[in-house]
Design a protein around this ligand. Structure first.
Ligand SMILES: [Zn+2]
Length: 272
């Protein structure tokens, strides 16, 4: 599992889930989805949670003009992003969320529904949708008209008409618990060696590797010199040979060690 994005970073980006105007159950389930997705290598950004009536009007006004009598006229159909007037969106009651996905480097936010960043042969977007649905959310992508793919909502059985009439889902007295990785998850992050440190460790290993290499060459030279003697000593030859062999084994181990360090630091293994 590649945890490219740190949980603490993603948690901060999802500050909208901490909005006290959000229904606590929606906030809690929202955090659970963001966390579950993070553990699977999908990085969810909640782009919208609670939306005030004023904010809703600003959104509804896109592509429309408000008339003096309060009615609206469409000016540019292409600019329209919502058909919900103030009070007509579940966002206005803190019981809807919109989401998008971060690219694994955290540098971009995408609404692409076909990406499979965690490479499990499932579309990340639909994986997230399933996580929301499993927790009682309705998905805007299931609507027959005006599909709203980044939108999920929890109606608690209330229609917009009922909400407009002043009815509200009850808010349980609960403190929203932001999930935290277990020690095993944290360890995984800690095990990663920063590239700069890894390079220093590799340099030390390489110095040792060269040292062994020099020693091998010395034994080879000694072997050759001994072997050239008319009265060469077989015992010495064997001894030099064994010493060189032992050093070769050490050298090989050091090479493997350097590759290990390269791996956990994200450096590519060298072909030596
Ligand atoms: Zn929405």
């Amino acid at each position: 599992m590649d945890m490219a994005i740190a949980w603490d970073w993603l948690k901060q980006k999802n500050f909208r889930l901490n909005d006290p105007n959000l229904h606590p159950v929606v906030a809690q389930r929202g955090w659970e989805v963001v966390f579950e997705a993070w553990r699977k290598g999908i990085y969810v950004l909640i782009t919208q949670g609670n939306r005030t009536f004023k904010e809703q009007e600003e959104i509804y006004a896109k592509g429309r003009r408000k008339n003096p009598d309060g009615s609206w006229t469409v000016v540019n159909k292409k600019e329209i992003v919502s058909n919900a007037k103030p009070g007509e969106s579940y966002h206005n009651y803190g019981i809807a969320l919109d989401f998008a996905l971060y690219t694994p480097d955290g540098k971009q936010v995408t609404w692409d529904m076909n990406t499979d960043f965690n490479k499990n042969h499932k579309k990340d977007w639909m994986e997230v949708v399933q996580m929301f649905k499993a927790r009682g959310f309705e998905w805007g992508g299931d609507w027959r008209s005006f599909k709203d793919y980044p939108h999920v909502q929890m109606t608690f059985g209330f229609s917009i008409a009922q909400l407009k009439a002043g009815k509200r889902p009850s808010r349980p007295a609960m403190v929203v618990q932001v999930p935290e990785p277990k020690i095993t998850d944290k360890k995984k992050e800690e095990y990663m060696i920063p590239v700069a440190k890894a390079d220093k460790i590799i340099a030390l290993i390489q110095a040792k590797w060269k040292e062994k290499d020099e020693q091998i060459k010395q034994y080879q030279k000694m072997w050759q010199e001994e072997n050239a003697k008319p009265d060469k000593c077989q015992q010495k030859l064997d001894e030099y040979h064994r010493a060189a062999e032992a050093l070769r084994k050490d050298k090989k181990e050091l090479g493997e060690l350097a590759d290990e360090v390269r791996k956990v630091s994200g450096r590519r293994a060298a072909n030596n």
